[in-house]
Design a protein around this ligand. Structure first.
Ligand code: PMP
Length: 305
């Protein structure tokens, strides 16, 4: 990844991809206090556009606030940095990764007096859970690892440290022959995937865990709320049990990387007919219409590059 050509925006400068480096005594590298975003730009009929850019930047600043990190740039500067990175790398569609971290001035646990940094990188990235999975649905397993309790590493921050838990769950799932993991919260209720929110459809009603289950307040999750409203589907945020997944008609993941990914199997049990469900397909199509600029109602969510 580090040996590519291209440009990365780093602390206000556009630098060569290969030169965008940090020191080994970087505080975040040791203790994991940092925050990031995952953003996508799509090649729309009106040109390349970043989807819900302002919302992602706002969440990045909220994550930093939760972690008591003062980003030394304005939200407008960070929005512009993302537009500039897509342009500088001449990308038509891509994934963007803004990251804020604590510097290398000192290495005690206390970050007080240390510097705060920010970078934005972008690269082409197709379907996160595979093109086939988008059509057929993926196979997932309920993880043996518990999702962070809401008072541990702060689940509303997209914090770097939260992803150790995600890595453990995802690695276990892949090693066991599944495509992804579903994590339960500390009370045993469904929380989210390692990098996705989860939705369940039963008898025509769409359910998703409320945020007290430790799930991230996903921007794709919110986009799906709008889509469901447009499709006349009721959305209920509630506690969901593991066995409710098993007897659901349809289950799907959402996320910037995962977009809308159907789930065809949980813990070796087929969900519904064991393939992408009809409402999931409708929601998926509506999602791709919006991000690709084919739904005029939502063009305000697209920032032209
Ligand atoms: N939960 C976790 C743990 C994630 O990493 C992500 C991806 N950012 C999501 C949910 C989905 O959030 P979004 O739709 O904003 O990408």
């Amino acid at each position: 990844m580090s040996d590519r050509d291209g440009k990365i925006w780093m602390d206000g400068q556009m630098v060569e991809w290969r030169d965008a480096k940090v020191h080994v005594l970087t505080h975040t590298l040791h203790y994991g206090c940092g925050a990031f975003e995952g953003v996508r730009a799509y090649d729309t009929a009106q040109g390349t556009a970043i989807f819900r850019l302002e919302d992602h930047t706002k969440r990045l600043f909220n994550s930093a606030k939760i972690l008591r990190m003062q980003i030394p740039f304005t939200q407008e500067q960070v929005n512009q940095a993302q537009v500039d990175v897509v342009k500088a790398n001449q990308l038509q569609s891509c994934y963007l990764r803004p990251l804020t971290w604590i510097g290398d001035r000192k290495l005690g646990v206390s970050p007080k007096g240390n510097s705060i940094h920010l970078m934005v990188a972008a690269w082409a990235w197709g379907a996160y859970l595979g093109e086939e999975g988008m059509q057929r649905g993926i196979r997932v397993k309920v993880s043996s690892f518990t999702r962070h309790h809401v008072n541990i590493t702060m689940s509303q921050a997209k914090a770097v440290s939260n992803y150790t838990n995600s890595i453990l769950a995802n690695t276990e799932a892949l090693d066991d022959g599944y495509d992804e993991a579903i994590l339960l919260d500390a009370a045993g209720f469904v929380s989210e995937g390692s990098g996705e929110n989860i939705f369940v459809i039963k008898d025509g009603v769409v359910y998703t865990p409320d945020l007290s289950a430790g799930a991230l307040n996903g921007i794709t999750r919110n986009t799906v709320f709008h889509i469901c409203k447009d499709l006349g589907l009721e959305v209920v945020q509630k506690r969901i049990t593991r066995d409710e997944l098993y007897i659901a008609d349809e289950v799907f993941f959402t996320g910037t990387a995962a977009e809308v990914t159907p789930i065809r199997e949980v813990d070796r049990l087929p969900i519904g007919e064991g393939r992408r469900g009809p409402l999931t397909e409708k929601i998926q199509n509506a999602f791709f219409d919006i991000v690709n600029g084919r739904n005029p109602k939502y063009t305000h969510w697209l920032t032209r590059v």
